[in-house]
Design a protein around this ligand. Sequence first.
Ligand SMILES: [Ca+2]
Length: 232
Amino acid sequence: MNWLFLALLLLSDPVGDDHGAQLGYPRAAIYQEVGFADLTGFQMRQKDGAWQLGVRLDRYPNPAAAPLGFSLAVVAFYLDSQPGGSEKLPGCGLKTPAAGGWDEAYLLSGWGAEKRLPDGSGQPARAWREGDWIWLATSLRQRPRVYVASGIYDPFSPWAFRSPQPGGGYWRLDGPASAPAALDVIAADNAAVWASGVLPAAHGRHSWRLPAALALMALALFFVLRALRLKG
Ligand SMILES: [Ca+2]
């Protein structure tokens, strides 16, 4: 274990729940691949004081040969890092719980990551692959609350999500125009998300297994050090 990394969160997400609010996939042949927008994990870790966000998808088809090794999905991270912020989640079409507004967001595609502010302004962010995981770097030193949603990447959409329309289409999802464009989210109860349109923070009701393990290890280390000191 690399002690530069302080892993504080590792969540898994089921395979096969990548249909959003019962949306149909676009009819273009590339979208008949399975699992490309299916979130299967989310992690946060702190390195050299700054928080990094990691996400895992079920499969990584890459017909457009994008540099990060996948080209069909977009993943949006909306971060609540300070009081106030925006409750509308642009792109994925969901909203945060009341008083949980986001302050900065990251849009991740196979071509890289972009940091966005609620006013729509953006700047490039660093993203990279580590095996099955895709990571991106934030400059936040305090742990944010994070809302995570995936969808189909659309380079022509302002917030990068392909949107639904009734009857669908070659490039469009099939569903009501008012339906969220998200296909999967990190949440304890996806059905409640689609029914309410409200996306809770990723760690809202999950157990914190890693922190407990780390706390136990720290406690053990403390006793070992104390024992050594008593002997000396
Ligand atoms: Ca999933």
